[in-house]
Design a protein around this ligand. Structure first.
Ligand code: ATP
Ligand code: MG
Length: 430
């Protein structure tokens, strides 16, 4: 019978990589909590309408990337392609947004039917950070500082750079979109095919076309910055001052528009040059009309999301994976011939209770002593502990380092505890 394979673009994360995922997750949760953000969890499945109304009908995500189906009740449902919409829905539904400020974060899988390639998958994972009820620009700066703190904690501050832009209000963009369209219509034949299509649906998206010929035409196009309302320009200026004061460097990219309709004023991206075309590791912006658009009372908001897979790839390519993460196990415990398995098991339990950080695997399944020792070598542990005798409340043991030198130490129970405490993996977040 043929074997069943995973769905294309949906990855298994294997034990060799999960330590790195856990490390990033631990660092992230420590940082966001350090800024007073609290975790919120919401379903991966929502009514399709939620995403259409928030992300926008004429966007790549809604037009061609959503996993949408009709369930057994005839309801139109979609797997979430991003987290902001569900986060707003959940917070609004439970009264978290009414007349209050909220700092929320979430993490989990997102789903988009895109062409799978390195750093672009159909099931991927995001961490999102959202702040509600504050008009900024201080909170905008804070959201960016959260991400900057994350890069520092992960040792990635030199691998990423920040781009920002002010995209104004939706009326500004409507007026600008019309001007841009008029300009581009006179060059329609020279535009790439994607941009020709967008010219009639969502002309602003042409700004981030990667096609050189389209880029060249855009050089003479009207500028969005000339269309944005004065108050958004003031807000943007104040944000830039806060970033300057906090030593956050950035470049202004007047063509940065983002692919989701709900943003206004500030948009930003953190970009790396190490991952090719999938260089955006984190993106966000302000979205002051989304809550009202989803039926709530007008609530200003700003947020960001970063992609876990791209962070994993970036840590690997920047050589910033902590060495301790590559060691899967601290100790492999086995007994000499004649040591009863029940005594060994009780000892293993007692050691784990006394040393909660110790990662200790006990040999199971019997076999000759030499083949047991071989399993110890193959386990990836840094030491084997061989119990030679268990007598009353004492024991005699040997600790054998499993590196090339292979040093061996004879130990009693107290000595064993001291030695094992040293082997216990330090807390990654400590
Ligand atoms: P891109 O321009 O790379 O398509 P995007 O604008 O669609 O990104 P957002 O929707 O803002 O991205 O999502 C925020 C982050 O989530 C991205 O910066 C990226 O790190 C990650 N991300 C988005 N789509 C994918 C995907 N298909 N696979 C892996 N990560 C993704
Ligand atoms: Mg995309």
């Amino acid at each position: 019978m043929s074997k069943i394979q995973a769905i294309r673009g949906m990855n298994d994360i294997l034990p060799a990589d999960t330590a790195l995922w856990q490390y990033i997750e631990q660092v992230v949760s420590q940082i966001v909590q350090g800024y007073g953000y609290r975790e919120i969890r919401f379903p991966v499945l929502e009514q399709t309408q939620l995403f259409k109304r928030s992300i926008g009908e004429v966007t790549d995500i809604v037009e061609k990337e959503m996993y949408t189906f009709t369930d057994r009740n005839g309801d139109e449902l979609s797997l979430r392609p991003e987290g902001t919409a569900g986060c707003v829905r959940a917070a609004e539904q439970h009264g978290l947004l009414y007349n209050q400020q909220q700092r929320l974060w979430y993490r989990g899988p997102m789903f988009r039917h895109e062409r799978p390639q390195k750093g672009r998958y159909r099931q991927f994972h995001q961490v999102g950070v959202e702040a509600f009820g504050m008009t900024g620009p201080d909170i905008d700066a804070e959201i960016i500082l959260v991400s900057a703190a994350l890069w520092r904690a992960l040792g990635l501050q030199h691998a990423v750079r920040l781009e920002i832009n002010n995209i104004g209000t939706s009326e500004d963009r409507k007026a600008y979109g019309a001007a841009l369209k008029t300009f581009l219509l006179s060059h329609e034949a020279q535009l790439d095919e994607d941009s020709q299509r967008r010219l009639h649906s969502n002309p602003l998206r042409i700004l981030d076309s990667k096609v050189p010929q389209t880029q060249a035409i855009l050089a003479d196009a009207p500028k969005l910055s000339e269309y944005v309302a004065e108050e958004t320009a003031v807000h943007y200026q104040a944000l830039k001052s806060l970033l300057d004061a906090n030593g956050v460097t950035y470049t202004e990219n007047s063509r940065l528009v983002r692919g989701l309709d709900y943003y206004n004023n500030l948009v930003f991206e953190w970009i790396t040059d190490e991952l090719g075309a999938q260089g955006t590791v984190c993106a966000g912006g302000r979205y002051d009309s989304l809550v009202a658009q989803l039926g709530g009372r007008g609530t200003p908001a700003v947020g960001l999301a970063f992609g876990m897979e791209r962070l994993v790839l970036l840590l690997q390519s920047a050589g910033e994976v902590p060495a301790s993460l590559t060691q899967p196990l601290d100790v492999y415990l086995l007994g000499s011939e004649g040591v009863p398995q029940s005594a060994l098991m009780m000892l293993a339990e007692s050691l784990r209770q006394q040393l909660p950080r110790l990662r200790l695997a006990m040999h199971c399944g019997g076999g000759k002593f030499n083949s047991q020792l071989k399993k110890a070598y193959n386990s990836g542990a840094s030491a084997a502990v061989i119990i030679d005798a268990v007598k009353g409340d004492g024991l005699s043991a040997r600790l054998q380092r499993l590196d090339d030198a292979g040093d061996t130490f004879e130990l009693d129970e107290a000595g064993l505890l001291v030695a094992l405490r040293r082997l216990a993996t330090p807390d990654a977040s400590a």
